[in-house]
Design a protein around this ligand. Structure first.
Ligand SMILES: Cc1cc2nc3c(=O)[nH]c(=O)nc-3n(C[C@H](O)[C@H](O)[C@H](O)COP(=O)(O)OP(=O)(O)OC[C@H]3O[C@@H](n4cnc5c(N)ncnc54)[C@H](O)[C@@H]3O)c2cc1C
Length: 404
């Protein structure tokens, strides 16, 4: 029977609850807002399926294949504008629809809840586009995907590396008609913190209580991809819409998220970095493209495309003007999230102690701790080392010294 003793050991992928043959496991939110499995001992038949599916129980990863790495720009500007990076996901999804297949990915259910759904037409595609900085609720998506695969239709499943890793184990065999696409993942932030920030920022913006949030875009590119913003659409009960926009660098929720203050505990020691999810293709933002190839950068977004399998190579096609080959060194320099987990800051405990104790506003708490964190000497050094691409080397060297 599944029991969570250490929260760092559960990534919330819901593989256990979906694989349970008697429906004994449901996902329940803890005080921080993250979902964990809870098993009903009266129903559990001790079959052990929940343990065998759990991606956190993988002790050894198989040999990895790194077929190619590209930087890619979707030639349709409108597609790139609605996508977080270069819009490769939309191109892959469109190719699947053209062959009669379906796509499973993350959509907003409400501005506070993200969930996975299956879509089968290009008209629904904008719903899936764009990064939603909340852990998506999987529902029964793995079961749906298996049923569709068995019917012979093609499926593109897209999600975080842990969601992709569990789907492979859940299915238990290779399907030629399945394409697995994961995203480079910084980690998922607490939905409870997002709820608090949203409500406080609506009040701060002077939005009348008669308005409620109806849409959010964490990667609004109106001022360019590198200086993206967060926009919020609020709807009056009479149907009138208002928009609130803020650069991400000034948005308190984004500041706390990027300072790792309230990530899911398991994200600080993610087991699925650098291709370990076993996906066919990994997608990310090609940060640093302006240094690697300035002519390729137009500040509308560039995807980093890491091809991990021959199937992934077959699925990726692009015109020469939309794509360039790049090296793993370029990735290492500018996108540390591909290789390593966020470091759990000491301020995380302080944050949740105060947040759950409901002292003061969440926004002022985040602002204070972000300031405290960035003024710490060690953090300043880490930031500089990461910026110049030397963090990994120095960390390896210092680990060796510790072993001596
Ligand atoms: C929580 C999170 C953290 C990320 N961290 C990084 C990072 O540190 N570095 C980096 O380079 N890239 C990161 N990304 C990925 C990046 O922002 C883009 O999503 C990716 O490059 C794909 O971009 P695109 O333009 O091809 O397509 P887009 O249209 O932007 O991508 C949409 C795809 O992303 C999936 N997706 C969106 N939100 C979620 C979610 N909450 N859970 C699961 N799947 C989701 C959708 O299913 C869809 O398939 C992160 C994304 C998320 C959601």
């Amino acid at each position: 029977m599944v029991t969570i003793k250490d929260k760092e050991q559960c990534c919330g992928c819901a593989g256990c609850s979906q694989s349970c043959p008697v429906g004994a496991i449901r996902m329940e939110s803890d005080a921080e807002g993250f979902l964990y499995p809870v098993a009903n001992p009266d129903i559990c038949i001790e079959c052990g399926l929940c343990h065998s599916v759990c991606p956190m129980s993988i002790t050894e990863h198989g040999d990895k294949l790194l077929v190619a790495i590209h930087a890619y720009k979707n030639p349709v500007d409108e597609v790139r504008l609605r996508s977080s990076s270069g819009g490769l996901f939309s191109k892959l999804a469109t190719a699947i629809f053209n062959r009669g297949g379906v796509v499973c990915g993350a959509v907003y259910d409400t501005p506070l809840i993200v969930k996975h759904i299956v879509i089968d037409s290009v008209e629904q595609l904008p719903l899936l586009c764009g990064s939603k900085y909340l852990q998506s609720e999987i529902g029964d998506s793995y079961v749906q995907v298996r049923n569709i695969l068995e019917s012979g239709r093609e499926v593109l499943f897209s999600g975080t590396p842990c969601q992709v890793a569990v789907l492979r184990r859940f299915l238990g065999k290779d399907y030629a008609n399945l394409l697995l696409v994961d995203i480079i993942c910084h980690g998922v932030p607490s939905p409870e913190v997002w709820r608090a920030c949203l409500s406080e920022s609506l009040q701060k913006s002077g939005v009348d209580m008669e308005y409620r949030a109806s849409g959010v875009n964490f990667r609004d590119k109106r001022n360019g991809w590198k200086h993206y913003g967060v926009s919020l659409t609020v709807k009056h009960f009479n149907g009138t819409l208002k928009e609130i926009y803020e650069p991400a660098s000034r948005n308190t929720f984004m500041k706390g998220f990027l300072n790792d203050l309230y990530l899911r505990p398991s994200c600080y020691s993610c087991m699925f970095k650098a291709g370990e999810s076993d996906s066919d293709i990994t997608l990310g933002d090609f940060w640093g493209v302006e240094k690697v190839n300035p002519l390729f950068d137009d500040d509308k977004g560039v995807s980093l495309v890491i091809i991990n399998s021959h199937k992934g190579k077959e699925a990726f096609t692009a015109n020469t003007e939309d794509c360039i080959d790049v090296s793993l060194d370029d990735v290492a320099k500018y996108n540390p999230s591909y290789f390593q987990s966020a470091v759990r800051p000491k301020e995380r405990d302080e944050f949740f102690k105060e947040f759950l104790g409901a002292r003061g506003t969440t926004i002022s708490l985040i602002e204070r701790l972000v300031k405290q964190r960035s003024s710490g000497f060690k953090n300043r050094i880490i930031t500089v080392l990461r910026r110049v691409g030397l963090y990994d080397t120095v960390k390896r060297f210092s680990n060796k010294l510790k072993q001596l």
